[in-house]
Design a protein around this ligand. Structure first.
Ligand code: ATP
Length: 354
């Protein structure tokens, strides 16, 4: 078990800077997600924590000890890449035992440890089977077993479910999370899938172009995005953005937006530049007498809810409303916004003002 503290971590590859001074803390026992689009520096960050890559500057502390310049072998961290990387010519027991055998652990101890791991993973009955004939799920469990058996301080996982189809992926994600809850080991998990990060993580770091955009619980990040990038990246469909070129314009449309704008003090300040108001689709509702009008362009049926796309004077808006509610393409409706849940961003810097 381990607490991992990251301080001003930076990684340069020649003239290119992949990680630009990250700082965050991973608490003991947390399931911690590194989330962001391709190339944002997630894998590089994970590899630096594991010791597979040394930082250009900054620090990594594991349980208070500075391990920044230590090799991977001295960090006691297990790296789980793609879970299918097994030794195909060995049976399950031998695959799981392998790390302990290569460390020279006594045989009786290995047998006891393998039995314990097999029990945790529910794979006792396949211990003597060759891995070649196993189902995808069992292969994943065996690969996990090989990481668990060493009893490392922490697990690093780089898109471990990336190669799986959607249904199987969801099942393995649940299993992985349940396993973590039983073992309680600090886990750092890289993904570009915001839904996976939201579902599985205790905490999420959202990265973009080598910079930490935000760090917090899934709910913090969803409800209070710190930047326009985070607001846009998290949530499906994405948050609606209503752009205003200045306070004069925002003031002029205040009535139009009704209670939505009245609850935003930023709109009443005089010296503010361009503003962006953010509202999630589930916080948009139809109300006949609302001043803001929208024309229904399309409706996408999703079972209990539907996503309705509208055009308004402030740009396109998506609303998630009950599927029983009528929304016919071409008709004009009044739109109400839940002011309590509104985000406000500085249009220039992209930083949240509230
Ligand atoms: P992906 O999901 O695509 O792997 P990522 O967020 O994990 O994305 P990284 O793999 O950390 O991104 O890479 C970040 C950037 O650093 C990329 O632009 C990548 O090309 C670059 N990079 C990574 N490793 C090296 C290296 N050894 N030499 C040069 N550039 C590298």
């Amino acid at each position: 078990m381990a607490e991992i503290v990251i301080r001003n971590l930076r990684k340069e590859f020649g003239a290119f800077t992949a990680v630009k001074g990250s700082s965050f803390t991973i608490r003991d026992g947390e399931f911690f997600m590194l989330l962001g689009p391709s190339g944002c520096g997630k894998t590089t960050t994970l590899r630096m924590i594991a010791g597979l890559e040394l930082p250009t500057s900054g620090q990594i502390l594991i349980d208070g000890e500075d391990v920044s310049q230590r090799p991977a072998s001295q960090r006691d961290i297990a790296m789980v890449f793609q879970m299918f990387a097994l030794y195909p010519h060995l049976n399950v027991r031998k695959n799981i035992s392998y790390p302990l055998v290569s460390q020279g652990v006594p045989r009786a101890q290995i047998a006891a440890k393998v039995a314990e791991v097999a029990r945790i993973l529910g794979i006792e009955s396949i211990l003597d089977k060759p891995v070649g004939g196993l189902s995808g799920g069992d292969r994943q469990r065996v690969a996990l077993g090989r990481a668990i058996v060493r009893n490392p301080k922490a697990f690093m996982m780089d898109e471990p479910l990336g190669a799986l189809d959607a249904e199987f992926r969801e099942r393995m994600a649940e299993e992985l999370r349940a396993l973590h809850d039983r073992m309680g080991a600090t886990t750092v998990y890289v993904t570009h899938d915001q839904l996976e990060a939201m579902q599985m993580g205790d905490k999420i770091v959202v990265m973009n172009h080598g910079v930490v955009e935000q760090f917090g619980t899934p709910q913090d990040i969803y409800d209070h995005p710190a930047t326009l990038f985070v607001a846009d990246f998290i949530g499906s469909p994405a948050m609606n953005f209503l752009r205003f070129d200045g306070v004069a314009e925002a003031g002029a449309t205040r009535l139009d937006l009704g209670s939505f704008a009245a609850a935003v003090p930023e709109l009443q300040e005089s010296a503010r530049g361009a503003l962006v108001l953010g509202v999630r689709p589930e916080h948009v509702s139809f109300r006949d007498d609302a001043a803001c009008r929208g024309r229904v362009e399309a409706a996408e049926y999703l079972g209990t809810t539907q996503i309705v796309t509208l055009s308004t004077a402030h740009g396109p808006v998506k609303a998630r409303i009950p599927s029983g509610q009528v929304a016919r393409p071409g008709e004009t409706v009044g739109l109400d916004f839940d002011a309590r849940t509104l985000s406000v961003f500085d249009g220039g810097s992209g930083r949240a003002l509230r």
